[in-house]
Design a protein around this ligand. Structure first.
Ligand code: PEP
Ligand code: MN
Length: 677
């Protein structure tokens, strides 16, 4: 027996050595393919290889099914090796040597599923791996954002219990990019400290998701109660510490092994094929070689018009692009509105995918590309089981006839594209609360230049509401010419503004001055204003472009309409498709007024762009007695609305008092506007 076992060991060692040799050859093959720019897969060669092996196996009297199974795995592994080589040579920042260390942030401790999935994802990594364990998913993301870790590994969905909503919500706000995915088969076991009968167990520690996935098994143990833990490994750690033989935990086999515990029962999940998909995120995005099947993850919110989701989805059908995931999540702060998270097969570097994204953009008000990364799925080359020599051609996925269809697209030669009428012919209608900007309704945004106190803004809100102004404005962060002038109440002012908007059921708009405030202000303000002085603050434009709030972009004092449209493009290109343009007067040689209202901007912009156009007569003219006629002119020339300043007592206003309407004048204005049809 010993002799036989020794011989078997020798054979196994030879198998391993040969596998290693084969793996090294795979690397040589990909180097050559890379040099000669050859495709990664050659279906014909794979079919021949498999056919030959099956034939050989049959001659040797081996089970051909068994051999086919093994060789599918071997070929998969060879493809993984080659893909990884190509991927790393195209993304030098992913190359590490063995003295380097990479830090991987996970939720939970070592032994948890996130840990096991990370080990699988980084299994071919040369560098040493340090795991940084965090309690919350949010902390995992923060650890990478603030450079405490290099990668975040996050579970996103499970085949039994579904989406992990918290992670989806966090992806909306992170600056990280998804650089990879991993699928991990979760095999839940009941784990204990001693061999006891399962019926005697009184308490089971489990992660909430794990308990849901094993609900049928748990229902068979009426004498035990379930206590929830943040992660699987922690529950195992706890029973190890407590050493009570009547306590058990739900965990993986590997976790039981990791903590030296006993497996009381294997395979306790409701569904046998229980997989969790993990996403790997990092600060730097990756590009994917066009020879590697790639996946794109994105978030989008469709326009408010009926059927817009169907239209957005039909774009995928038209392009023959396969969507692998569609998940909806409510938009925080906007009840009954939803964002969609979707994954599809495609490479961002592919023109066809860029065209698809452009078309998708027409039906969306917000989109964010979370990343483009190598897909974990490997298409296996099909081989009939009786096949010895294969002659018939098998259509590969990329030759699919549906995919070959090309879609005619207009070529836009302007320096801005997304803002242009050529890109989107219908007017964009932006919905804020119940108000539609850009449609048939003439929208009046009104309020004080600055929020000065709670009483002041509440009084203004009441006035605005009573005379049918739809949106309440108020500056909290003020861009003042002199540093000694009133600079605004900041976040305190924003609280008052929000309170006033809520009290009178009006959406609010306030100006953002700095990139670092954008996300915080976007939490409270229904709309964001970028002021004239910041029209070409490109970092600020990009930042507001990453939020899902409508942005009103004011024309710079010395900006042409072309400059304005290009500035809008900065916002749109980031994914936020809800931009409203505002003509607020420009500097000319005329000095009788504060600025010169360029009324012709309205019809010209309406021809050039699908975005809504509104007019601010207050900052344009600078004197309250001239505001009403200019506001009326705005309506006559076809603006979608106005923004106007008023104050309970303009003589004591802390900013822009000369142009603030009194309440009486504001009421007159609202009556006059009503009379214009
Ligand atoms: C404002 O609307 O408060 C403002 C500062 O306007 P502008 O950026 O047009 O000067
Ligand atoms: Mn002002």
């Amino acid at each position: 027996m010993d002799e036989l076992r020794k011989l078997i060991n020798e054979v196994d060692n030879s198998i391993l050595e040969l596998l290693s040799k084969r793996d090294n050859l795979a690397v040589e093959v990909i180097k050559k393919k890379n040099l000669d720019n050859l495709p990664l897969r050659d279906a014909e060669r794979e079919r021949q290889l498999l056919g030959r092996i099956i034939e050989q196996a049959r001659k040797l009297g081996l089970d051909t099914h068994f051999i086919q199974k093994i060789f599918y795995e071997i070929i998969d592994e060879s493809i993984r090796t080659q893909q990884l080589y190509l991927h790393k040579s195209g993304n030098k920042h992913l190359l590490h040597d063995s003295n380097q260390k990479i830090r991987v942030a996970i939720q939970g401790i070592e032994g948890a599923y996130s840990y096991l999935a990370s080990q699988k994802f980084f299994s071919k990594e040369n560098a040493q791996i340090e795991y940084i364990s965090k309690e919350q998913f949010e902390e995992v993301i923060q650890a990478v954002e603030n450079e405490e870790a290099d990668y975040a590994v996050l579970p996103i969905e499970n085949t039994t219990s579904g989406a992990i909503n918290e992670v989806y919500d966090l992806l909306m706000n992170t600056t990280l990019s998804i650089i990879g995915e991993e699928k991990f088969q979760v095999k839940h076991c009941l784990v204990g400290t001693k061999d006891v009968s399962i019926g005697s167990i009184t308490k089971i520690y489990a992660h909430y998701q794990a308990a849901v996935q094993c609900s049928s098994f748990l229902a068979t143990l009426p004498n035990s109660s379930v206590e929830y833990f943040k992660d699987t490994a922690m529950s195992v750690q706890r029973i190890k510490v407590e050493e009570n033989p009547l306590f058990a935990a739900i965990a993986s086999e590997q976790a039981a092994e990791f903590f030296g515990l006993k497996i009381l029962r294997k395979n306790i999940a409701n569904q046998p094929g229980n997989y969790t998909r993990f996403l790997i995120a990092s600060r730097k995005a990756v590009t994917v070689d066009n020879r590697i099947p790639a996946k794109i993850s994105m978030i989008l919110a469709t326009t408010h018009s009926p059927g817009s989701l169907v239209e957005a989805l039909s774009v995928f059908k038209r392009y023959g692009i396969n969507m692998t995931k569609l998940q909806s999540r409510p938009i925080m702060g906007n009840p009954w509105e939803e964002m969609f998270y979707l994954d599809f097969m495609g490479n961002l570097e592919d023109d066809k995918v860029q065209n698809l994204i452009d078309e998708l953009g027409i039906h969306t008000r917000f989109m964010k590309i979370l990343g483009c990364y190598p897909s974990k799925e490997i298409d296996r080359t099909k081989l009939e089981e009786h096949q010895l020599e294969v002659t018939e051609a098998v259509e590969s996925a990329s030759e699919n006839s549906e995919e070959k269809k090309t879609v005619q697209k207009p070529i836009i030669k302007k320096s801005y594209k997304l803002a242009s009428r050529e890109y989107k012919s219908e007017d964009t209608i932006i919905k804020v609360g119940g108000v539609e900007i850009g449609g048939n309704e003439f929208v009046v945004m009104s309020g004080p230049c600055s929020v000065e106190s709670k009483e002041q803004i509440l009084s203004c809100a009441k006035e605005a509401k009573s005379f049918n102004s739809q949106i309440l404005r108020g500056g909290c962060f003020k861009p003042r010419t002199s540093p000694y002038s009133f600079q605004g109440l900041g976040f305190e002012g924003l609280n008052y503004l929000k309170e006033a908007g809520t009290a009178y059921n009006m959406p609010i708009i306030t100006e953002v001055l700095s990139t670092s405030h954008v996300f915080e202000i976007a939490k409270y303000s229904d709309m964001l204003q970028v002021g004239a002085r910041n029209m070409q603050n490109f970092e600020l434009l990009k930042q507001v472009g990453k939020t899902a709030r409508p942005v009103m972009l004011k024309r710079g004092m010395m900006a042409t309409l072309n400059d304005l449209l290009n500035a809008a493009e900065y916002i749109l290109a980031q994914g936020n498709r809800q931009v409203i343009l505002c003509e607020r007067g420009i500097r000319t040689f005329e000095n009788a007024t504060r600025n010169t209202l360029d009324i012709s901007a309205v019809p010209v912009l309406k021809e050039l762009t699908h975005l809504p156009v509104i007019v601010d007569p207050s900052h344009a003219v600078g004197f309250r007695d001239k505001v009403i006629p200019l506001a009326k002119a705005a309506k006559v020339v076809g603006a979608h609305g106005i923004m106007v300043e008023f104050h309970p007592d303009p003589s004591v206003a802390l900013s822009d008092g000369e142009q603030a309407l009194t309440y009486d004048m504001f009421e007159q204005l609202m009556r006059d506007l009503q009379a214009i049809k």
